[in-house]
Design a protein. Structure first.
Length: 216
Protein backbone atom coordinates (compact mmCIF):
# COMPACT_ATOMS: atom_id res chain seq x y z
CA UNK A 1 0.00 0.00 0.00
CA UNK A 2 1.24 3.47 -0.88
CA UNK A 3 0.12 6.32 1.35
CA UNK A 4 -0.60 9.85 0.19
CA UNK A 5 1.67 12.09 2.28
CA UNK A 6 0.70 15.42 3.78
CA UNK A 7 3.72 17.57 4.59
CA UNK A 8 3.61 19.76 7.71
CA UNK A 9 6.06 22.51 8.65
CA UNK A 10 5.55 24.00 12.08
CA UNK A 11 6.77 27.35 13.33
CA UNK A 12 5.96 30.71 14.84
CA UNK A 13 6.68 32.44 11.50
CA UNK A 14 7.43 35.68 13.34
CA UNK A 15 7.88 36.53 10.51
CA UNK A 16 8.04 33.91 7.76
CA UNK A 17 11.28 34.29 5.79
CA UNK A 18 12.93 32.92 2.67
CA UNK A 19 14.66 30.17 4.65
CA UNK A 20 11.28 28.71 5.64
CA UNK A 21 10.07 28.70 2.05
CA UNK A 22 13.30 27.27 0.65
CA UNK A 23 13.45 24.51 3.26
CA UNK A 24 9.83 23.50 2.65
CA UNK A 25 10.41 23.37 -1.08
CA UNK A 26 13.56 21.25 -0.86
CA UNK A 27 12.07 18.79 1.62
CA UNK A 28 8.85 18.48 -0.38
CA UNK A 29 10.88 17.75 -3.50
CA UNK A 30 13.09 15.18 -1.77
CA UNK A 31 10.14 13.37 -0.16
CA UNK A 32 7.89 13.77 -3.23
CA UNK A 33 5.23 15.62 -1.23
CA UNK A 34 2.71 17.58 -3.29
CA UNK A 35 0.85 19.29 -0.42
CA UNK A 36 2.59 21.20 2.38
CA UNK A 37 0.77 22.97 5.18
CA UNK A 38 2.58 25.52 7.32
CA UNK A 39 1.38 24.92 10.89
CA UNK A 40 1.40 28.34 12.50
CA UNK A 41 1.90 28.30 16.27
CA UNK A 42 -0.55 30.11 18.49
CA UNK A 43 1.03 30.09 21.95
CA UNK A 44 4.13 27.89 21.66
CA UNK A 45 5.42 26.25 24.85
CA UNK A 46 8.87 27.20 26.16
CA UNK A 47 8.95 30.44 24.15
CA UNK A 48 8.91 34.06 25.23
CA UNK A 49 5.93 36.12 23.99
CA UNK A 50 5.94 36.49 20.23
CA UNK A 51 6.60 39.87 18.65
CA UNK A 52 3.64 39.83 16.24
CA UNK A 53 0.09 38.71 17.01
CA UNK A 54 -1.34 35.58 15.43
CA UNK A 55 -3.47 37.44 12.89
CA UNK A 56 -0.47 39.33 11.54
CA UNK A 57 1.79 36.28 11.41
CA UNK A 58 -0.93 34.43 9.51
CA UNK A 59 -1.43 37.35 7.12
CA UNK A 60 2.29 37.45 6.32
CA UNK A 61 2.45 33.67 5.89
CA UNK A 62 -0.54 33.60 3.56
CA UNK A 63 0.98 36.40 1.48
CA UNK A 64 4.32 34.60 1.26
CA UNK A 65 2.91 31.33 -0.10
CA UNK A 66 -0.16 32.49 -2.03
CA UNK A 67 1.47 31.92 -5.42
CA UNK A 68 3.21 28.63 -4.59
CA UNK A 69 1.24 25.57 -5.75
CA UNK A 70 0.64 23.01 -3.04
CA UNK A 71 1.50 25.33 -0.13
CA UNK A 72 -1.20 26.30 2.39
CA UNK A 73 -1.64 27.51 5.97
CA UNK A 74 -2.77 25.12 8.72
CA UNK A 75 -4.19 27.12 11.63
CA UNK A 76 -5.38 24.35 13.97
CA UNK A 77 -2.97 25.52 16.70
CA UNK A 78 -4.66 28.92 16.71
CA UNK A 79 -7.86 27.21 17.86
CA UNK A 80 -6.29 26.36 21.23
CA UNK A 81 -6.69 28.78 24.13
CA UNK A 82 -3.33 27.79 25.61
CA UNK A 83 -0.09 26.10 24.56
CA UNK A 84 -0.38 23.12 22.23
CA UNK A 85 2.43 20.61 21.85
CA UNK A 86 3.43 19.00 18.57
CA UNK A 87 2.19 15.61 19.75
CA UNK A 88 -1.27 17.14 20.23
CA UNK A 89 -1.16 18.90 16.87
CA UNK A 90 -0.18 15.75 14.98
CA UNK A 91 -2.89 13.75 16.74
CA UNK A 92 -5.49 16.32 15.71
CA UNK A 93 -4.33 16.57 12.10
CA UNK A 94 -4.22 12.77 11.86
CA UNK A 95 -7.86 12.56 12.95
CA UNK A 96 -8.86 15.21 10.44
CA UNK A 97 -6.99 13.53 7.56
CA UNK A 98 -7.87 9.83 7.73
CA UNK A 99 -6.05 7.60 5.29
CA UNK A 100 -3.14 9.99 4.79
CA UNK A 101 0.39 9.72 6.13
CA UNK A 102 1.83 12.80 7.82
CA UNK A 103 5.40 14.06 7.44
CA UNK A 104 6.76 16.68 9.85
CA UNK A 105 9.28 18.86 8.03
CA UNK A 106 11.99 20.72 9.92
CA UNK A 107 15.54 21.98 9.94
CA UNK A 108 18.42 20.00 11.42
CA UNK A 109 18.93 22.37 14.36
CA UNK A 110 15.33 21.89 15.48
CA UNK A 111 15.50 18.16 14.87
CA UNK A 112 18.50 17.93 17.20
CA UNK A 113 16.30 19.22 20.06
CA UNK A 114 13.60 16.57 19.53
CA UNK A 115 14.37 14.61 22.73
CA UNK A 116 13.34 17.72 24.68
CA UNK A 117 9.88 17.71 23.12
CA UNK A 118 6.88 16.32 24.99
CA UNK A 119 6.37 12.58 24.32
CA UNK A 120 8.96 12.80 21.58
CA UNK A 121 9.09 9.10 20.81
CA UNK A 122 5.31 9.09 20.37
CA UNK A 123 5.80 11.48 17.47
CA UNK A 124 7.22 8.60 15.41
CA UNK A 125 3.88 6.80 15.79
CA UNK A 126 2.11 9.77 14.27
CA UNK A 127 4.32 10.97 11.42
CA UNK A 128 7.40 10.59 9.29
CA UNK A 129 10.12 13.23 9.56
CA UNK A 130 11.88 15.07 6.74
CA UNK A 131 14.91 17.00 7.95
CA UNK A 132 16.98 19.57 6.11
CA UNK A 133 20.38 21.06 6.81
CA UNK A 134 21.02 24.76 7.31
CA UNK A 135 24.17 26.38 5.97
CA UNK A 136 26.76 26.77 8.70
CA UNK A 137 24.94 24.53 11.19
CA UNK A 138 27.13 22.60 13.61
CA UNK A 139 24.42 20.93 15.71
CA UNK A 140 25.07 17.38 16.89
CA UNK A 141 22.41 14.77 17.49
CA UNK A 142 21.92 13.43 21.03
CA UNK A 143 22.72 9.73 21.39
CA UNK A 144 19.05 8.76 21.85
CA UNK A 145 18.04 10.56 18.66
CA UNK A 146 21.03 9.18 16.75
CA UNK A 147 19.83 5.70 17.70
CA UNK A 148 16.35 6.44 16.39
CA UNK A 149 17.80 7.79 13.16
CA UNK A 150 19.83 4.62 12.68
CA UNK A 151 16.73 2.47 13.03
CA UNK A 152 14.33 4.69 11.06
CA UNK A 153 16.42 6.22 8.28
CA UNK A 154 14.81 6.36 4.83
CA UNK A 155 16.89 7.08 1.76
CA UNK A 156 14.04 7.27 -0.76
CA UNK A 157 10.59 8.83 -0.88
CA UNK A 158 9.11 5.43 -1.69
CA UNK A 159 10.11 4.27 1.79
CA UNK A 160 7.93 6.98 3.30
CA UNK A 161 4.94 6.07 1.18
CA UNK A 162 5.23 2.39 2.06
CA UNK A 163 4.28 2.94 5.69
CA UNK A 164 2.05 5.27 7.73
CA UNK A 165 4.69 6.80 10.01
CA UNK A 166 8.01 6.40 11.76
CA UNK A 167 10.65 6.95 9.07
CA UNK A 168 13.22 9.76 8.97
CA UNK A 169 14.53 11.21 5.70
CA UNK A 170 17.56 13.48 5.86
CA UNK A 171 18.06 16.06 3.09
CA UNK A 172 21.69 17.13 2.76
CA UNK A 173 21.08 20.21 0.59
CA UNK A 174 21.64 23.23 2.87
CA UNK A 175 19.35 26.25 2.87
CA UNK A 176 20.24 29.86 3.60
CA UNK A 177 21.06 30.60 7.24
CA UNK A 178 18.24 33.05 7.91
CA UNK A 179 16.46 33.42 11.23
CA UNK A 180 13.28 35.27 12.17
CA UNK A 181 15.18 37.09 14.93
CA UNK A 182 17.60 38.44 12.33
CA UNK A 183 14.64 39.79 10.31
CA UNK A 184 13.09 41.40 13.38
CA UNK A 185 16.36 43.03 14.38
CA UNK A 186 16.89 44.42 10.90
CA UNK A 187 13.32 45.74 10.70
CA UNK A 188 13.66 47.33 14.14
CA UNK A 189 16.87 49.07 13.08
CA UNK A 190 15.31 50.28 9.84
CA UNK A 191 17.65 48.16 7.75
CA UNK A 192 16.49 46.57 4.46
CA UNK A 193 14.96 43.10 4.87
CA UNK A 194 14.00 42.41 1.25
CA UNK A 195 16.83 39.93 0.79
CA UNK A 196 15.62 37.95 3.83
CA UNK A 197 11.87 37.71 3.31
CA UNK A 198 9.45 37.36 0.38
CA UNK A 199 8.47 40.66 -1.21
CA UNK A 200 4.79 40.47 -0.11
CA UNK A 201 5.92 40.03 3.50
CA UNK A 202 8.27 43.01 3.24
CA UNK A 203 5.38 45.15 2.00
CA UNK A 204 3.20 44.14 4.95
CA UNK A 205 5.97 44.88 7.45
CA UNK A 206 6.60 48.28 5.88
CA UNK A 207 2.91 49.14 5.75
CA UNK A 208 2.03 48.24 9.33
CA UNK A 209 5.36 49.00 10.99
CA UNK A 210 5.72 45.52 12.44
CA UNK A 211 8.88 44.95 14.49
CA UNK A 212 9.69 48.67 14.45
CA UNK A 213 8.67 49.06 18.10
CA UNK A 214 5.29 49.39 19.73
CA UNK A 215 2.18 47.57 18.62
CA UNK A 216 2.21 46.43 14.95
Amino acid sequence: MNFDILGLMGGCFDPVHKGHIELAGKLASAARISEVRFVIAGCPPHRSPLAAPAWLRRRMLEAAISDIPGFAVEDCELEASGPRYTVDTLSLIERRNPGRALCWMMGFDSFATLPKWRQWRTLFNLAHFAVGARAGSSAQLPAALQSELGARSAARASELRATRSGRIMMCAQPVAAISASRVREAASAGDPVNDLIPAPVARIINQCGAYAGGDP
